[in-house]
Unconditional design. Structure first.
Length: 284
């Protein structure tokens, strides 16, 4: 296996599932991924998850972290302040058909999202006592915990992969896209385009010790990358061009960009944007 030097180009969390992300200078590695990532979720009246797939306007909900609050803003709306520590009554909700324990964030948050999204919804917080695990078909012996993420604690993408994608888009006369379309947690610089597909582990040395991640499964892409995060308008790119060269035979031809990752070592440590790392490649 080859080991190459790389760098942590940027760090991102998405406090409310399917709403806009927050770029961070440093982030705590928690049991379910980066701290505060996908800890809240919008659900319908049947307590089923809602995402941009159903409601593209969710992309317009901007998040900001300040002290013990998450502050949400959206066009035409006053700011909504969520406590990081306070919740209301417990309930069961469903994420990808899986019933999990959660807490309601109360009537004010429910009304705020209902008004903005134009339908009756509620906002819930993941119950930290709930253990929701990634598929061990891909993680093996590692029991990787998740909050409301689609299925894995972390998503890793390479900055050079986006550069290559944008080069292809320009060549066909289409507009470039930002990494925000793909909603990664870690963006890594120093790899060749799409080499993250072949990374076995990523490691970063921190003052408290090493953080080691295992990249376990290509991330199959739904239509969300075709939604412009600045306008919430649907389009055909980058989905169309990705379909022309990023079909993955391991996933029955699904179009993939980025890699899902699990945490091997480093819980409770801080990752820092810009820090050096090492990628161990295992070409198959």
């Amino acid at each position: 296996m080859d080991t190459i030097d790389c760098a942590l180009d940027s760090l991102h969390v998405y406090p409310v599932k399917s709403c806009a992300g927050v770029r961070l200078e440093q982030a705590l590695v928690a049991e379910t991924g980066l701290d505060l990532d996908r800890q809240w979720m919008v659900v319908d009246e049947q307590r089923e998850m809602l995402t941009q797939r159903d409601l593209p306007r969710m992309a317009l909900v901007q998040c900001r972290l300040r002290g013990d609050e998450v502050i949400l803003r959206a066009p035409g709306m006053l700011a909504l302040h969520l406590s990081v520590v306070a919740v209301e009554e417990p309930m069961r909700v469903r994420v990808w058909g899986e019933a999990v324990a959660a807490f309601s964030m109360g009537p004010l948050a429910a009304q705020w999202f209902s008004d903005f999204l134009g339908r009756k919804v509620r906002l819930v917080r993941f119950d930290p006592e709930q253990r929701r695990l990634s598929s061990q078909r891909w993680t093996g012996a590692i029991e990787a915990e998740n909050a409301f993420s689609d299925g894995y604690p972390l998503l890793v993408a390479g900055s050079s992969s986006l550069d290559d994608l944008n080069r292809r888009l320009r060549a066909r006369g289409s507009s470039e896209v930002s990494m925000a379309r793909f909603r990664p947690n870690l963006v890594v610089a120093g790899l060749e385009p799409y080499d993250e597909d072949h990374v076995a582990t990523l490691s970063f040395d921190t003052p408290g010790g090493p953080v080691v991640l295992r990249l376990v499964k290509p991330c199959s892409r739904c239509p969300i990358p075709n939604i412009d995060p600045s306008t919430a308008e649907r389009g055909h790119e980058p989905g169309d061009i990705l379909a022309s060269f990023r079909a993955n035979a391991r996933l029955d031809g699904a179009v993939c960009f980025g890699m899902n990752a699990v945490i091997v070592e480093g819980f409770g440590l801080q990752l820092q944007a810009g820090q050096a790392g090492r990628a161990r490649l295992a070409f198959q």
